[in-house]
Design a protein around this ligand. Structure first.
Ligand SMILES: NC(=O)c1ccc[n+]([C@@H]2O[C@H](COP(=O)([O-])OP(=O)(O)OC[C@H]3O[C@@H](n4cnc5c(N)ncnc54)[C@H](OP(=O)(O)O)[C@@H]3O)[C@@H](O)[C@H]2O)c1
Length: 348
């Protein structure tokens, strides 16, 4: 199917504006509908001047009309704050069911079973039938299910970086003893565009600190993405940079397994179009993945502590959000997985 008509709900947000950039450059997608809360309407480049170069191909931003989204689009990306996002994605899916509209939701609303969601997000979950309809959009684990899906729950940014640090272990996951510890750091776009005091330059510059210790909502998502048998301890920290996530995973594997680990990661990465294992001793940089859908991994076995260290870098707005959403759309429509994602990193 060529020229799929695409809608984006939330194009003035960080994830939404990155989706606009990627959809506009996708050879098989045409942007036909942009919608938000109604607070910012009209030409998108009036609100986001960096998108002026796309002015000729951008529809105006409208206040969201669910019926219209379901009528004029074949595929709708919904990138609103959790709570709102899932409700609206579910409404669009139902309104467009007769036409076969597909929906990819970037929030956390469809990612977890209702009771787990309620505990970690502290809010009423969507109905069970809505959660049951969604497929978790981590292609490296659920590629076949995503191909058949009408509704995809796009994974969280930290969850993607952490899960991809461990999943290449494959059947060796069963040998991991004890919790996996993730030391994770993210750029500030991960917190969304709405102004918050702790995100002001004066508060953020020259500082790094942990936040939501023991309470981060991506903790159960990572445990689920790893198959549910392992416990996870996640420490999230805010970096004074706009984008990028760097994770160090500490994985307790038996020493006799250590010699085969690098080859396991290498063969996993050979099969995966967006996960790259760096040569031994080379470390990932967020600058090398920003603006792309890539995940860069590096592994190191520490003989002294008998811990495997895996370093993982992604762009929170790329493989952690909009890039992964495009990858999922490519799978849903049967296109090559790299379509529209041949992206050069923003090194400088
Ligand atoms: N930022 C990341 O790195 C990242 C990574 C992975 C997943 N996500 C997820 O992606 C979603 C969007 O995140 P974000 O960082 O892009 O957020 P954001 O920058 O705060 O943007 C939120 C967007 O939602 C719109 N909006 C808010 N309430 C609305 C409503 N009731 N109806 C219609 N539009 C509404 C806003 O539009 P107006 O301008 O019209 O108010 C804005 O465009 C979140 O669920 C987040 O968890 C984000």
């Amino acid at each position: 199917m060529a020229n799929v008509r695409v809608g984006i709900v939330g194009p003035t947000g960080y994830a939404g504006m990155e989706l606009v950039r990627l959809v506009a450059g996708h050879p098989r997608m045409t942007l036909v509908y942009l919608a938000g809360s109604g607070a910012r309407t009209g030409p998108l480049d009036a609100h986001l001047p960096h998108l002026h170069a796309l002015a000729d191909v951008l529809p105006p931003v409208e206040a969201l009309d669910v019926q219209k989204a379901a009528e004029v689009c074949d595929l709708v990306f919904v990138a609103l704050p959790s709570g709102e996002s899932g409700r609206i994605a579910w409404e669009i899916l139902q309104a467009g069911r007769r036409r076969g509209v597909r929906v990819i939701d970037l929030s956390g609303d469809f990612r977890l079973p209702p009771e787990v969601y309620q505990t970690w997000y502290g809010r009423q979950p969507l109905p069970q039938e809505a959660i049951a309809e969604a497929r978790y959009g981590l292609p490296e684990r659920h590629r076949d299910a995503i191909r058949q899906a009408w509704l995809v729950a796009n994974p969280g940014c930290y969850a993607t970086a952490c899960a991809l640090a461990v999943l290449p272990l494959g059947d060796l996951l069963a040998t991991v003893r004890g919790p996996v510890v993730f030391d994770a750091k993210s750029g500030v776009t991960g917190a969304g565009r709405a102004p918050k005091e702790h995100l002001h330059l004066g508060e953020l510059a020259n500082d790094v600190y942990p936040y939501r210790v023991g309470k981060h909502q991506h903790t159960p998502e990572i445990e689920q993405a790893l198959g549910g048998a392992l416990q996870v301890l996640l420490t999230t920290q805010l970096l004074p940079v706009p984008r990028g996530i760097l994770v160090c995973a500490y994985i307790p594997i038996p020493p006799d397994v250590a010699p085969v680990v690098y080859d396991r990661y290498a063969s996993f990465c050979e099969r995966e179009p967006f996960v790259r294992l760096l040569p031994r001793g080379e470390m990932p940089h967020i600058k090398a993945v920003n603006g792309t859908n890539e995940c860069h991994l590096s592994v190191a076995w520490d003989e002294r502590t008998r811990l495997l260290q895996v370093f993982s870098a992604i762009d929170n707005l790329g493989k952690g959000a909009a890039g992964q959403a495009i990858q999922n759309a490519n799978l849903m429509f049967g296109w090559p997985e790299r379509e529209g994602l041949h992206l050069v990193p923003l090194w400088m």
